[in-house]
Design a protein around this ligand. Structure first.
Ligand code: MG
Length: 369
């Protein structure tokens, strides 16, 4: 497929309620959409690193610039036959994983549309039904959190993830565990702690959590290996795993018992598939994470989650959880209890609503032959 036109959009999507986690508080999600065009074919990708460089070193404004100035010119006019070929074209640009992901995911969508195949089948997925979990950020009170968890438990969610940060930590877990003694929970620290917090992690060990997500620094592997030796609860790495190489090193160092794969964080679906395969060969189980993307990004995560080594309920959410109206069509909806089904339409199954895209775009750049 010769890439003849690349459109880059920086969009702002207001959340129904602020999302509060260890890395900071978000009132809106800023996301980057990329449209690739080749003849009559096109594909859409979405990558959301958030509005500020607080979850990772990348941010939406930076993505827009690096895509428009450096990456799109590397790809424009080139024949791109595979995800690996696209990644090779982008290799001179160091890092910038979320930016590469926007192009990579648009390529995969276009590739699947060209085959007349749903994306999940093009990626090698086995079954279209994906198990999903419920997530809760920091709330104003424990009572508010407990009532939201109660609704999720009644709805049959297989697991519940809780954001965890100083001030919303052991005391919160104590309340939650005593109210829901048998529900599967895990916590996500978003890299807010250090090894000096070992006594706290030893106390946390007693609450029977499924895992502790990214307790330490966002790019660390070595201290996580030290912490993992000291506690029984498996560590799940998220922020630290930005490439196939980092996944391999985490496995070798025994830094974790789980790996969360987000297509954006690792440079796109091409690398997500490679990490999935490295983990499967090593016996390291995985699950798919998200960045509160629109339905487009969520559909890309959903397609990835159909692969066999994603064995824990994934972070793909119905659109109405976070947005009044999703920027993309169709919205994500549950297809059963704690599950969402990847669609059988060609490509990811979602794309921006033209009117809402126009209304919510902050900046746009078009590069064409
Ligand atoms: Mg996380």
């Amino acid at each position: 497929m010769k890439i003849e036109r690349i459109e880059v959009y920086h969009v702002r999507m207001p959340l129904l309620r602020p999302w509060r986690a260890g890395h900071g508080d978000e009132a809106a999600i800023e996301s980057i959409f990329v449209k690739l065009v080749s003849g009559r074919l096109y594909g859409w990708g979405e990558s959301s690193p958030l509005a500020t460089p607080t979850y990772s070193p990348e941010w939406a404004g930076g993505l827009f610039l690096v895509l428009a100035r450096y990456m799109a010119p590397q790809v424009l006019g080139k024949e791109v036959a595979s995800g690996e070929a696209l990644q090779a074209l982008l290799a001179p640009v160091k890092g910038n994983h979320f930016a590469k992901a926007a192009l990579d995911q648009a390529w995969w969508d276009m590739h699947a549309r060209g085959l007349g195949q749903p994306l999940w089948k093009s990626l090698g997925g086995r079954k279209s039904v994906v198990k999903v979990g419920a997530d809760f950020g920091v709330k104003d009170s424990f009572a508010e959190l407990l009532s939201e968890i109660e609704a999720a438990v009644k709805a049959g969610y297989l697991r519940v993830k809780l954001k965890y940060r100083p001030g919303w930590a052991l005391e919160m877990i104590r309340e939650v565990r005593s109210a829901f003694p048998t529900q599967i929970f895990h916590v996500d620290c978003n890299s807010t702690y250090t090894l000096s917090d070992l006594p706290m992690f030893r106390e946390l060990d007693a609450f029977g959590l499924a895992m502790i997500e990214q307790p330490l620094m966002h790019d660390d592997l070595v201290d996580h290996a030290k912490l993992q030796k000291e506690i029984d609860t498996p560590i799940c790495l998220d922020e630290s795993i930005t490439s196939v190489s980092k996944a391999r090193k985490a496995i070798e160092l025994k830094s974790c018992g789980w790996i969360n794969i987000k297509p954006g964080r690792v440079g796109g679906l091409t690398n997500a598939l490679a990490i999935h395969d490295v983990c499967a060969r090593a016996g390291m189980p995985c699950w798919v994470g998200g960045m509160l993307e629109s339905s487009l990004g969520a559909h890309q995560c959903l397609a990835l989650a159909t692969l066999p080594n994603f064995t824990y309920p994934n972070d793909v959410f119905p659109s109405h959880t976070y947005y009044r109206t999703d920027l993309c069509d169709p919205p994500v909806v549950l297809s059963g209890v704690s599950e969402i089904t990847a669609p059988d339409t060609p490509g990811s199954g979602a794309e921006p609503n033209p009117r809402r895209l126009q209304d919510q775009t902050i900046a746009r750049e078009v590069i064409s032959l």
